[in-house]
Design a protein around this ligand. Structure first.
Ligand SMILES: *Cc1c(COP(=O)(O)O)cnc(C)c1O
Length: 429
């Protein structure tokens, strides 16, 4: 039941940190004082590199005014494409297949509407009931705006409320399915879906498929081109450390550069003729053609710094450390906290290839335990009904911090500390 090779004492955690090739990256980040921050799957931390790229953008606005569009060190006019090219290296795409633009939900509207071409036979969109709700809200409105009933959005169900079975999803891909849209990693359980297999199977049935990779880009390597994924979207404020509400990304397989963007706007215009201001729209034949508005320079600037750090560390090394951190966390839960009176369970797949960057720790008192952890300076979060999500982030968390959390969880149960907290939820956790 446990993963071999880990020991339970503090010294062992310290040894893992000493041998960690990424340990030095922690010093590039601002760690909130006195806290163990394990919430990078919700909001990644600020790095010095991001701070300086934001300050630089502010300074260029201050000193250059409108000239910043072409004269900033990284001209604002090309920033979205430049950031896209950098992020493309993290997802196995060519530089012009990725662009930094908009927000995740808006990009879902933009790309799903582009790909969703229902005809009299194929009209259904296939998604799943465990994805992040905004994806469902968007898909439902897309179906409704075409004048179709909501039952044209088909949701693959989960037997146990935590996991999805790829083969059950594939069984729902039928002759009425127009499009499939799924998450890479489930935001509660942390299950990583097999995107390569799902793509293969969708294409075999003549169905196009896109993914929301908000919970995986920056911590899991992707190979969109090789897997032949049709399109993808992801946010940049989780493992990409872009800051609250930072500009999102989209990927469009080059096969579709000639498709007409569904939601058009002037920043999608052919770049070198955009300022001709012609009334006939002609989109750039690359992912940039799917931009709508002026790029949010101040919300994109942090990404210059944060992508630099991630590329420097290397996504393969990041993934290796992530898997080791989460395996270690699960080992400690199994060996220290699984029996009575602790009774913690693991709500995340055990196999390395089936989990993303966080571990869901399940306990019937999850909400109050999560509050008690916070009172002890551990920032993790809670998702109903009973998931405590703990995300040890490779670039700024240590093995010692993982070890420490286990001791704190033990104390919380030993001393019944969670009983001091109310049973009802705060609005944001
Ligand atoms: C974080 C996340 C989002 C966020 O959407 P916004 O439009 O940026 O608010 C969307 N989908 C998934 C799956 C996410 O994990």
């Amino acid at each position: 039941m446990t993963i071999d090779g880990f020991e339970l004492d503090e010294d062992f955690a310290r040894k893992l940190d000493l041998a960690d090739p990424l340990a030095g990256f922690r010093h590039h980040f601002y760690i909130p004082d006195g806290e163990i921050y394990m919430d990078g799957n919700s909001l990644g931390l600020l790095s010095q590199a991001s701070e300086s790229s934001v300050l630089q953008a502010l300074d260029e606005w201050k000193t250059l005014g409108i000239r910043g569009w072409l004269e900033a060190r990284q001209p604002w006019f090309y920033l979205a494409e430049e950031l896209g090219a950098k992020c493309a290296k993290l997802v196995g795409a060519e530089a012009n297949e990725v662009v930094a633009t908009g927000t995740t939900t808006v990009n879902i509207h933009s790309l799903v509407n582009t790909f969703y071409q229902p005809d009299s036979r194929r009209r259904k969109i296939l998604a799943d009931e465990l994805t992040f709700p905004t994806d469902i809200y968007a898909l439902r409105s897309i179906v409704n705006l075409r004048g179709f009933d909501t039952d044209n959005l088909v949701l693959a169900e989960s037997g146990d409320g935590g996991f999805l079975d790829e083969n059950e999803i594939i069984a729902l891909m039928d002759k009425n399915t127009a499009l499939v849209f799924l998450p890479s990693v489930l935001y509660r359980s942390g299950q990583l879906l097999d995107m390569k297999y799902l793509t293969e199977q969708a294409h075999k049935r003549g169905i196009q498929i896109g993914f929301d990779c908000s919970h995986s880009v920056g911590v899991v390597p992707h190979d969109f081109d090789k897997w032949d994924v049709d399109f993808a979207v992801w946010c940049s404020y989780k493992y990409l450390n872009g800051g609250p509400g930072s500009t999102a990304f989209l990927y469009l397989n080059k096969e579709y550069f000639d498709y007409e963007p569904a939601l058009t706007g002037w920043f999608g215009y052919v770049k070198d003729r955009q300022f001709d201001l012609d009334l006939e729209f002609e989109h750039a034949k690359n992912a940039g053609g799917w931009q709508i508005s002026s790029p949010a320079i101040l919300s994109s600037a942090p990404l210059e710094g944060s992508l630099k750090i991630i590329l420097e560390a290397g996504i393969e090394k990041i993934r290796q450390k992530s898997l080791k951190l989460t395996a270690y966390l699960m080992h400690l839960i199994d060996n220290v906290l699984s029996r009575q009176p602790y009774s913690f369970e693991i709500g995340t797949p055990r196999e390395a290839g089936r989990r993303g960057g966080h571990v869901a720790v399940v306990h019937e008192e999850g909400l109050r335990i999560s509050e008690a952890l916070r009172a002890k300076g551990v920032i993790s979060d809670f998702r109903p009904p009973n998931f405590i999500r703990i995300a040890p982030v490779p670039l700024y968390n240590s093995y010692y911090e993982v070890w420490r959390i286990i001791q704190l969880l033990k104390e919380i149960i030993d001393e019944k500390e969670y009983k001091k907290f109310p049973r009802d939820r705060k609005r944001i956790s």
